[in-house]
Design a protein around this ligand. Sequence first.
Ligand SMILES: *[C@@H]1O[C@H](CO)[C@@H](O)[C@H](O)[C@H]1NC(C)=O
Ligand SMILES: *[C@@H]1O[C@H](CO)[C@@H](O)[C@H](O)[C@H]1NC(C)=O
Ligand SMILES: *[C@@H]1O[C@H](CO)[C@@H](O)[C@H](O)[C@H]1NC(C)=O
Ligand SMILES: *[C@@H]1O[C@H](CO)[C@@H](O)[C@H](O)[C@H]1NC(C)=O
Length: 365
Amino acid sequence: MAQPYNSFFISTFLILFQLSFSWQNQVTTPPLPILPLPSYSQLKWQQREIIMFLHFGVNTFTDSEWGTGYESPAIFNPKGLNAGQWADVAAAAGVSLMILTAKHHDGFCLWPSKYTDHSVIGSPWKNGKGDVVRELVDAAKARGIDTGLYLSPWDRHDPRYGHEKLYNEYYLAQLQELLNKYGSVREIWFDGAKGPNAPNMTYYFSDWFSMVKELQSTINIFSDAGPDVRWVGNEKGYAGSTCWSTINRTSLSIGNASIVDYLQTGDPKGTNWLPPECDISIRKGWFWHKSQSPKKLSKLLEIYYKSVGRNCVLLLNVPPNSSGLISYSDVERLKQFRGAIDVIFSSNLAGKCSVYASSQRGGEN
Ligand SMILES: *[C@@H]1O[C@H](CO)[C@@H](O)[C@H](O)[C@H]1NC(C)=O
Ligand SMILES: *[C@@H]1O[C@H](CO)[C@@H](O)[C@H](O)[C@H]1NC(C)=O
Ligand SMILES: *[C@@H]1O[C@H](CO)[C@@H](O)[C@H](O)[C@H]1NC(C)=O
Ligand SMILES: *[C@@H]1O[C@H](CO)[C@@H](O)[C@H](O)[C@H]1NC(C)=O
């Protein structure tokens, strides 16, 4: 006799429970989101905290920051190149995304592009059969790290530069090549850097961006003006002391010096979700120079507090040296940096706090 009574009781209870549940649902509809909302890719990106930038190319061999475009590919010979070491260093630093300068302003390409011969093809490294982009992508993937790329719009080597249509087509073709050839690219980095005497030429950013999204729909496009990730407005490694992910995209344009303050703070009333990225190098220069050494640990921590601590992702440049390896001094500094962050934040100060709500959805029930 107990058995039927029990199941009757349980099913009645379940029906009542469901009724009350749906009744409650009807009364208390969820609140509308306060727009704008981040995309899944943006959220995933913001959780990375620290990204590694790798400036590498002919400048690594000429002790310069901006190449002239006249460098011979013959000087590019990183005999001991081991992208596995780069990725190990990144993994040990807690980095989940590495961005490589596939081409810098000097126009030299770190991959064998079919649209130019000014590339690794003309270098003695691996007898012209090498491909730095491939090496990075494979090494990173093997360690569960994502890859991003930088392809400099300003090109001091290519004769097409300055011929607007021709050059924009060349650039578009190279973008397409990179985004088709190396699997999933998580971030693509665009800047407006250009020397004062460079030919006055318009870049077709909106065409480039549309093609990027067509080829890789979940990629994050970085530029001064988004569309997915914005520049923080300086290269000192800090954001405004209040720094919003939201901003009005209509007020932004690439290479516009008058917007840097706005970029640093964002806009609480902003209509677009465009989280900021703080780019800075672990050394003085972006490229490796024999004479330079990494910043002090205290400086790196200050940068971390003022970037990650202020709602930004820190894009920390760690340049491989002319042997094709990350120098010991940088490896050691990064280890100290990671160790310090882990110790400083090992106890969650908010963990034992209580949270009270002044109201809740559906009232007191
Ligand atoms: C560059 O060209 C644009 C139009 O193509 C023009 O508005 C602008 O003034 C030029 N800038 C310089 C520095 O010549
Ligand atoms: C620079 O940004 C300001 C502020 O949004 C805007 O008024 C100005 O037109 C922009 N200049 C250029 C060249 O886009
Ligand atoms: C950004 O856009 C919002 C909504 O249109 C507006 O209220 C706000 O004033 C804008 N911010 C700036 C700095 O123009
Ligand atoms: C590059 O770094 C490696 C250590 O990772 C070091 O053995 C090598 O000597 C360095 N090369 C130069 C040119 O400093």
